[in-house]
Design a protein around this ligand. Structure first.
Ligand code: ADP
Ligand code: MG
Length: 287
């Protein structure tokens, strides 16, 4: 039978806005030593602003329009941001043959024209050579009918109170904080440094994030546990693979809430340390 104090623990966590899906997760939380974060939508708001546009022959407005339309079927934060930057109503009937390549970008036909929007990996995949961009940011390259058309530089902002939340984890005895992202190295390092996250791995495909977590699982002490915090966009398999998956509940996708063991109802990152503290208190009462 489940000791009563577990119910108290789950209830206490729930009052704090943390949904714990089972008493076993309280035990795992209490033993957590590594906390691994996804970047976009987890550490950052997932709301990108356009900082720069480089365009070849095509008008800047047209480039944005193609990008927004090609992205119109995706729920990725980048897609939503490009649609917002376009600012006009999107007529979905203009978009066909949509392919979303996770961790790379999208390819779709807009008014019958093939539009590819994504990172270097996507350009490589379609054999288009992008021009170098020296601006720091997340770079969305565009190829129209297999020809390089330019790029849009976007950037996201770090969520408020995260630095305090990371510091609170350290104070709660977390040994290692790690960030995993599919985004570019420079952007990733900037975010990790500003938050004082110990380790950062960038330019990862969704499958690479799983392998990275598996590597980290082998590195930690045998009794120690690893938590992964994500938003479910391109990271649901990682949420499942970690000893404990923690999802952003408010901003996160249904996939995240489904795949996670713990859900932060209001996305407040400070609640991770709170949940760990509640779990330890509860376990102390049990044993
Ligand atoms: P993160 O690991 O930061 O959560 P993702 O794995 O979702 O990011 O995406 C990694 C990278 O793949 C993005 O930084 C972007 O370059 C590219 N990408 C992913 N989805 C899209 C999209 N819908 N449109 C354009 N680029 C995308
Ligand atoms: Mg993500």
């Amino acid at each position: 039978s489940i000791p009563l104090s577990f119910f108290a623990g789950i209830g206490g966590a729930s009052k704090a806005g943390v949904l714990v899906k089972g008493s076993n997760y309280l035990e795992i939380l209490s033993q957590t030593k590594y906390v691994v974060f996804d970047k976009t939508g987890t550490l950052t708001q997932g709301v990108f602003e356009v900082n720069g546009i480089h365009h070849n022959e095509m008008e800047k407005e047209k480039l944005i329009e193609y990008a927004a339309l090609a992205e119109s079927a995706s729920s990725h934060p980048i897609s939503k941001s490009l649609q917002r930057a376009y600012g006009k109503q999107i007529d979905r009937s203009r978009v066909t043959d949509i392919q979303e390549i996770s961790g790379n970008g999208v390819i779709a036909k807009v008014d019958g024209v093939e539009v590819a929007a994504g990172n270097d990996k996507l350009m490589k995949h379609i054999h288009v050579k992008p021009i170098n961009c020296h601006q720091v940011g997340t770079i969305i390259h565009l190829a129209i009918n297999g020809k390089y058309a330019g790029h849009i530089v976007i950037s996201d902002i770090v969520k408020p109170h995260l630095k305090e939340a990371i510091a609170a984890l350290k104070r709660a005895g977390i040994e290692k904080t790690v960030m995993l992202t599919g985004d570019a190295k420079k952007v990733a390092e900037q975010v990790a440094e500003s938050l004082e996250i110990d380790q950062v791995y960038s330019e990862l495909l969704p499958a690479d994030k799983v392998s990275k977590v598996e590597e980290l699982l082998k590195m930690k002490g045998a009794k120690d546990k690893l938590a992964f915090v994500g938003d479910g966009i391109n990271d649901a398999p990682v949420l499942s693979r970690a000893d404990i998956g923690i999802a952003m509940g408010a901003m996160g996708s249904d996939a995240a809430i489904e795949a996670a063991d713990v859900v932060l109802m209001d996305d407040d990152p400070m609640k991770i340390a709170t949940a760990i503290k509640i779990s330890r208190k509860c376990l102390k009462i049990v044993y």
